[in-house]
Design a protein around this ligand. Structure first.
Ligand SMILES: [Zn+2]
Length: 295
């Protein structure tokens, strides 16, 4: 059974099984001792005889493995920092996202989307989660997704790496404490620092170090319709129908739609119905971007 011993043919299944169990137990014990450092093999009063050279070999193997993992983590962070999604590649799906969620229409929007079976991806601020954690717990229970939008909606473009990391890590801590949730995506408030679509390198690094991927959007209403009137507004204030017409006409397969609860909630039922009438499937960002299930 042991490679190189040439004994496999002479060992009964029971004996080889017992040998495997003993070896396995020894490995687990030595690993545990090496990792915790809570006892040395010499202090075991001879209960288990472990050669010091074996312990050294295991310690070296564990150190090498940890270094390998650290290298892989650093490489993953670097790769994450290079990726900024503005839309996904899909033949039939789109993702509706909604930002900020600090005001009461957020709850209405979650209820509408839930009722219609249209999963949203929500980017609440940390302040929004602290104020109304139950809204987001309800959304998570409904299969919606939550993303990081900084703890206090700081526009990041003038922040240092450390300051940006504080905003992003702060949100992660709030989501963990209040919702037991680990986000996968980050959206910079007002695209601050990502005006060119790629992001300032130190801000991308801050996001990636927190294990997140940046997601912008290709269809947004607030700047097109509300900021300065915009070409798609038919009256002085865009009606819910104006908003829905704009979103439905601009959306393509793979689109990431960015809404805000305070201005877009009245249009949400029309948007959902209009997108479905055009044959689009409404999915979370993870599904749109082809990420595996889980955090
Ligand atoms: Zn925002």
């Amino acid at each position: 059974m042991l490679p190189g011993t040439g004994l496999a043919g002479h060992v009964s299944p029971e004996v080889s099984w017992m040998r495997a169990v003993v070896l396995h137990s020894l490995v687990v014990l030595v690993l545990a001792l090496s990792l915790t450092g809570c006892a040395s093999p010499e202090s075991l009063d001879g209960a288990v005889a472990v050669e010091p050279s074996v312990v050294t070999a295991f310690r070296e193997a564990i150190t090498a493995r940890d270094k390998e993992l650290a290298d892989l983590r650093a490489e993953a962070a670097w790769l994450r920092s290079l990726v900024t999604f503005q839309r996904g590649e899909s033949k039939d799906s789109v993702a509706i996202t909604m930002d900020d969620l600090e005001t009461s229409p957020a709850l209405l929007a979650i209820g509408i989307a839930k009722e219609k079976g249209a999963p949203l991806t929500l980017f609440p601020t940390g302040d929004a989660i602290i104020a109304n954690p139950e809204w987001f717990l309800e959304a998570i229970a409904a299969g919606f997704e939550i993303g990081n939008h900084t703890s206090t909606h700081e526009v990041l473009d003038h922040l240092s790496l450390a300051e940006a990391e504080e905003q992003i890590a702060g949100w992660n801590a709030i989501a963990r404490d209040k919702l037991g949730y680990q986000a996968r995506f980050f959206r910079p408030p007002a695209k601050g620092g990502w005006a060119d679509g790629k992001g300032l390198p130190h801000l991308r690094a801050a996001v990636a170090r927190q294990g997140l991927v940046t997601v912008l959007w290709d269809v947004g209403t607030v700047w097109a319709l509300f900021a300065d009137g915009g070409p798609h507004v038919k009256g002085p204030e865009p009606s819910p129908q104006d908003v829905a017409d704009y979103v439905v006409s601009m959306t393509r397969a793979g689109s990431i739609i960015c809404l805000h609860e305070a201005i877009d909630t009245p249009a949400l039922p029309l948007i959902i119905d209009g997108l479905r009438a055009k044959g689009f499937r409404l999915v979370t960002l993870s599904e749109l971007l082809g990420c595996p299930p889980g955090p």
